[in-house]
Each structure stands twice: as structure tokens, then as C-alpha cells.
Design a binder for this molecule. Structure first.
Ligand SMILES: Cc1ncc(COP(=O)(O)O)c(C=O)c1O
Length: 380
């Protein structure tokens, strides 16, 4: 066979999925592995959301839908984004996608030309860099301060004539940092001064703790017309397997994203979109109940890690503790997996070697057992 795509050949596999697959294999061999490696709520999708999907399926909503999404879901999203996030939005500004991941992929495809640079703020989520590369762009990494995980003006040094986009993820996977108004304002100024498009991945917006406040980048003066706001249902409504997400984008960008969608996935599953409407329009107490439970686990895990002598990133949002190891994260993650049977994700996957990401989307019981195992392994 002649050589296949060099562009795809050069991509690393998803580190988070790789580790969780190894952990699954060990489980199949009868090893009692605790997996804290994947970003998936351990809760079930709330019943009223499932029921709406079942009703749509039984009512025959089994056909193609408009490529941007069903009118009902486009309206529900526009209402949510305009009302809750203060980003001006009408249904015609929205595209519904197969998960937020698909929205991010489409956004890179829609915006980037070969050679265009996209600025990533490290630690950055595993799929941003491959997404930029698939679209033919060049990822440029800027390391955020490991004290604050906020933006300071050093990121200006990474901006060149080729910079076209900046990717913003607040609350952050993996650091848990929530960008302050000051950080968001600095990002906005950068975008306006250098004519950049911002991709603001707000998938963890509902999961903030201890007084942290999430604010949408697109709500800042001058940013609505240059921000692609990405969000979805996976994390807030425990709907990872539904593959449902969305983006709100300026008209020219949205038109390009719709073309990518038309020629690839067509649209997300029609009856799944009915579940999305129920999620946004229904009672939101399920979201708060999950957040409260995540917070309980977060407080336990941060305390336990401090007792073990580890320092952690802010953990004000999302559901991860980002742990400073002071050592070789790949070797430590391997040791934890093979000797303590605890699967975590090395910081190298997020372009910050030396750190480990522990997901607290696991029961308190499970977290306690994991901590005990690490304590025994470390001999303290
Ligand atoms: C920061 C971030 N963005 C996007 C996604 C993708 O979410 P979805 O399941 O909606 O594709 C994830 C999932 O882990 C994530 O952590």
C-alpha cells in the first residue's frame, strides 16, 4: 500500500482515551482498576431528558433534520445563550453538532488556512492541538502561569502576523481554573487589536465552585462578532453518549461550519436533539444536584491530596484535580496504574509535563480507595 495521510499519521492518539482503554483491558483481566482518567460524569442522564427522546423516536422523528439542527433546539439554545450568557443570539446564529468536540473541529476547519496559527493556552485540552493540525493550521502554545493559571501580558509574545485564532477554555480542563474578568478582558483586547477569532469552549460552565463565576467571552464588549462560543450537553446533563453539542458563531463563520457539517455528519441524530430541548427547557435542579455532588468530592480530593503532600491547580471549575508531581508525569502515571491500579492522565497530554490530572467524576467511595492506594504506594 502506498503511504497514507502524513498529516493524520503525525497526530498522537488521544491520551485520555488510550489510558482509559488500558484501564479497561486490565479490568477485563480481572484487575480491580480505579479509573480517574476520563472526563465523564458518573451520573445517568436525567429521566425527563430520556423520556423526551423516547417520545420523539416513537412519534417518528427518525428522518433527516435541517443541517444546522432542529428549529426547536436552535431556539432553545438561542434563548439560553442570549438570556444566561449575555451573548446576543438568535436561532440563525446557532449550529447543533455531534458533541462539543465536533463543534470545535468544524470551527477550526471553518476558520483556518494552511499556515495560520492558533494560540493555545497551556495546559490545554488534548484535542485542540490535533484539531488545529487536521484543519491545516499551526498550533502555538503559550504556557499560563503555574501559580494562577490566568492570562498575563506575556501571551502577547506569541502573537505573530500569522495568528488567526485563540482557543479559550474556562472553566479549564485540566486545570479547573476559571478565567477572571481581567483575563477575559486581556483576551478580548488581544483579539480586537490583532483581528483574531476566539474559540471559547464553555462546556464546563455549569460546574463552578466556591464562589467562582463563569462569564462568557462573547459577552464582553466587541467580542460577540469575533467569538465562536462552544458548549454542549455532555458535562452539565450527563449526556456524553448522546453526542450533542453546539456552537454560536458570527454569520460568516457559521456559514462555513454549516458547509463542513453538510458534507460530513449532515446533523446530529434527530431524536437526540429532542432530548437537548428537554435538557435546556426543563427543570435545572438536576444540574445543580450534580454540581453539589461534584463539589463534595472536589473538597474531599483536594484535602486528601494536600495531606499526601501534593499541590494542585485552582480547581474552581470542571471536575478535575490537576496535581503537581515535581517529577516525570508519564512514569508516575504508569506506576500508579501498574502498581496501585489507579488510572490518571499525565500532564504531558495537556502540554504541561510534570502534572497529573485526576478526575473526580467518580463516587466518594471510589476516590477514597484511590487515595488510600496512592498513600500506600508513596509509603505515607
Ligand atoms: C474542554 C473540553 N471540550 C470539549 C469536550 C468535548 O465534549 P463533548 O462530549 O460534548 O464532545 C470535552 C470532553 O472531554 C472537554 O473536556
Amino acid at each position: 500500500m502506498r503511504p497514507l495521510s502524513a498529516k493524520i499519521g503525525a497526530l498522537p492518539p488521544s491520551a485520555t482515551i488510550e489510558i482509559s482503554n488500558t484501564a479497561k483491558k486490565m479490568k477485563q483481566q480481572g484487575i480491580d482498576v480505579i479509573s480517574l482518567s476520563i472526563g465523564e460524569p458518573d451520573f445517568d442522564t436525567p429521566d425527563h431528558i430520556k423520556q423526551a427522546c423516547i417520545s420523539a423516536l416513537l412519534a417518528g422523528e427518525t428522518h433527516y433534520a435541517p443541517s444546522a439542527g432542529t428549529p426547536a433546539l436552535l431556539s432553545a439554545i438561542a434563548e439560553k445563550i442570549g438570556g444566561e450568557n449575555n451573548v446576543p443570539c438568535s436561532p440563525g446564529d446557532v449550529i447543533v453538532t455531534c458533541g462539543a468536540k465536533d463543534a470545535i473541529y468544524e470551527a477550526f476547519e471553518a476558520v483556518l488556512n494552511p499556515g495560520d496559527e492558533a494560540l493555545l493556552l497551556d495546559p490545554s485540552w488534548v484535542s485542540y492541538e490535533p484539531g488545529v493540525r487536521i484543519a491545516g493550521g499551526t498550533p502555538v502554545h503559550h504556557h499560563l502561569s503555574e501559580e494562577t493559571f490566568q492570562v498575563d501580558d506575556t501571551f502577547l509574545e506569541k502573537v505573530t502576523r500569522k495568528t488567526r485564532m485563540i482557543v479559550v477554555n474556562s472553566p479549564s480542563n485540566p486545570s479547573g481554573a476559571v478565567f477572571t474578568d481581567r483575563s477575559l478582558r486581556m483576551i478580548a483586547d488581544l483579539c480586537i487589536d490583532h483581528d483574531l477569532i476566539a474559540l471559547s469552549d464553555e462546556i464546563y460552565e455549569k460546574l463552578v465552585y466556591g464562589g467562582a463565576v463563569h462569564r462568557s467571552l462573547g459577552s464582553i464588549d466587541g467580542m460577540a462578532e469575533r467569538t465562536i462560543t462552544v458548549n454542549g450537553f455532555s458535562k452539565a446533563y450527563a449526556m456524553t453518549g448522546w453526542r450533542l453539542g453546539y456552537a454560536v458563531a458570527p454569520p460568516a463563520v457559521l456559514a462555513q461550519m454549516i458547509k463542513v457539517q453538510q458534507h460530513t455528519i449532515s446533523h446530529p441524530t434527530t431524536f437526540a436533539m429532542a432530548g437537548g430541548v428537554a435538557a435546556l427547557k426543563g427543570d435545572q435542579s438536576c444540574v445543580e444536584a450534580m454540581r453539589v455532588e461534584f463539589d463534595r468530592r472536589r473538597q474531599y480530593l483536594l484535602g486528601a491530596l494536600a495531606d499526601l503532600g501534593y499541590s494542585t491547580a485552582p480547581a474552581e471549575g470542571a471536575f478535575y484535580a490537576y496535581v503537581k508531581t515535581g517529577g516525570d508525569d508519564l512514569a508516575i502515571a504508569k506506576q500508579w496504574l501498574l502498581e496501585a491500579h489507579v488510572a490518571v492522565t499525565p500532564g504531558t497530554a495537556f502540554s504541561t509535563p510534570g502534572w497529573l490530572r485526576l478526575s473526580y467524576a467518580a463516587s466518594l467511595e471510589t476516590l477514597k480507595t484511590a487515595v488510600d492506594r496512592i498513600r500506600v504506594l508513596n509509603g505515607n
